[in-house]
Design a protein around this ligand. Structure first.
Ligand code: GAP
Length: 506
């Protein structure tokens, strides 16, 4: 069994070999934390987008869509708080010249202590067997208690220091804990500094006239500044939502985790506008709805968990993450945030334009409160990909790699394979392909033995293969093979559409 790190490397290599994801500008040795999607990656990405859009916009009458520009007026980011508060504390190791997020260094240190506790508990569980009382052990074992206290002491000091922006104390804590650079092994640290994550560029052709503008770090602000345009033009009544899918950019400090943390990525966000005072009801509603959506992808429930935030972003009065168990551990996949009236209020103040809604039911004007659902498209892609990857030993002793991507998301739904390249089989296969291609993304392949082609389709994640053989020319029957069970069934060509509709949906 591969370790998680090995598994992650295998998935990254597989994604490249099978045309899912390539490093950006690879012939120039790549660009850190930027990736390109290949021929099959783009299909999977589009299918995830469509799945999200259908459930969040098309199937609902209380949410409408939007597509706003990446460039926005620079004051947007002043009002939203991103110019002043969208920072990560960073620290450099003077020996390795590597840069780290100071908060990640401390949080990783805490994780190591938590690991020690878990090891202690597991050891005791083995020793005591069935009589083991885990709760009592955790509450009374001196070593566990000592480590829990250590964690508590660190948290009591660390989070308030971050809150006060006391970066001197953050550095002191890193030194006192004896945290070393994972590369150089040294404790030779620079001071901790705040680092703004927004990319900026110039707009305008002449240098002196050019204005500094930002590449948006979230798509949400495009929704907020268009709140009244959308509400009036689409005649929406509160409660209602506005959804959009689009690129976002962040100059991430720690950016070595493939699609998990990228500098250019895509978000699928929805802002739900509600009456002030009703936001907690909607916050709970959206937490449940979004978890249901994830489970509907066909990924097991134990791969997900909620993580409610103790430390809230500057705009939120409640926030929870849906975390997914990636090969690098449980990490944030989606955020559900109760953003209060912070954003609309700030834009009203900075723009001087009223951003209020007149509620006929209560005969009152107000700035709506907002509950946001924000999911990373690339992280969802990574979740689907990493959950799908499996290596199997078969009964005959051979091995195969399969991407068990749920059929409704799979890039290619069906492969059409003439058994050999002659005797009229390719023509017959071409006819079938032509009859299916308007409804399903098909893939035609005539090279190699049929066994090799099946293996290739398994590794690509294609749920069904249809083989055309000599018998087909006589009786119009084909073989349909299931990727997961490898079972083969003989069906008539006239049944293919119906079978696929049942298995893949449309
Ligand atoms: N509008 C709220 C917002 O942007 P966030 O928690 O910063 O909240 C939302 O981001 C989601 O965007 C995350 O849950 C994650 O899936 C995705 N995301 C954020 N930063 C990312 C990055 N550097 N690379 C890939 N996905 C990222």
């Amino acid at each position: 069994m591969a370790s998680n790190e090995e598994l992650f490397k295998k998935i990254i290599a597989h994604a490249k070999e099978y045309g899912y994801v390539f490093p950006s500008s690879e012939i120039y040795d790549g660009l850190s934390a930027v990736y390109d999607y290949g021929p099959f990656g783009v299909e999977l990405k589009n299918n995830i987008k469509e799945y999200w859009w259908k459930s969040m916009v098309q199937y609902r009458d209380d949410i409408v869509g939007l597509d706003t520009a990446i460039f926005m007026h620079p004051t947007v980011w002043k009002a939203s708080g991103h110019v002043d508060a969208f920072n990560d504390p960073m620290i450099d190791n003077k020996d390795s010249k590597k840069r780290y997020r100071a908060d990640v260094l401390v949080e990783d240190f805490i994780l190591k202590i938590e690991d020690k506790i878990e090891k202690e508990v597991n050891k005791a569980a083995k020793r005591f067997g069935e009589t083991f009382d885990e709760k009592m052990f955790r509450e009374t074992n001196p070593r566990v208690q000592e480590n829990l206290k250590k964690i508590d002491d660190i948290k009591q000091r660390f989070y308030p220091a971050l809150e006060r922006d006391d970066l001197v104390d953050v550095k002191l804590l890193i030194e006192e804990l004896g945290i070393v650079c994972p590369i150089s092994g040294s404790r030779n640290w620079t001071d901790v500094r705040q680092f703004n994550l927004m990319f900026s560029t110039q707009m305008g052709s002449v240098n002196e006239d050019a204005n500094a503008i930002y590449l948006r770090p979230e798509t949400a602000q495009g929704i907020f500044v268009n709140f009244l345009n959308v509400q009036k033009s689409a005649r929406m009544k509160i409660p209602f939502g506005i959804a959009q899918i689009g690129k976002a950019f962040r100059n991430e400090i720690v950016a070595r985790q493939f699609l998990f943390r990228m500098r250019e990525f895509e978000q699928m966000e929805m802002q739900f506008f509600v009456r002030p005072g009703e936001e907690m009801k909607w916050y709970q509603y959206w937490k449940e709805e979004r978890m249901k959506w994830h489970l509907s992808l066909g990924i097991p429930a134990e791969k997900y968990r909620f993580h409610d935030h103790d430390k809230l972003a500057h705009y939120a009065n409640a926030a929870s993450d849906i975390e997914f168990e990636f090969p690098i551990g449980f990490k944030e996949l989606e955020g559900i945030h109760s953003r209060t009236d912070f954003d609309l209020g700030a834009h009203q103040e900075f723009s001087g334009k009223k951003l209020q809604y007149f509620d006929h039911e209560v005969n009152e004007s107000y700035i709506p409160y907002v509950v946001e659902t924000s999911i990373g498209l690339d992280r969802t892609f990574l979740a689907v990909l990493s959950n799908s990857y499996r290596e199997e030993k078969l009964d005959d002793g051979s091995e195969r790699v399969v991407l068990g991507i749920p059929a409704q998301l799979a890039p290619i739904k069906v492969a059409i394979l003439p058994l050999i390249k002659k005797d009229g089989l390719p023509e017959k296969a071409g006819e079938l392909m032509n009859s299916l291609k308007y409804d399903y993304r098909c893939f035609y392949e005539e090279k190699d033995t049929i066994g090799r082609r099946y293996r290739r389709m398994d590794a690509l994640g294609t749920p069904y293969c249809i083989t055309i053989d000599h018998q087909t020319l006589e009786d119009n029957m084909v073989t349909i093979r299931d990727r997961d069970t490898m079972l083969q069934e003989r069906i008539s060509i006239s049944e293919v559409q119906g079978v696929l509709r049942e298995k893949v949906g449309r």
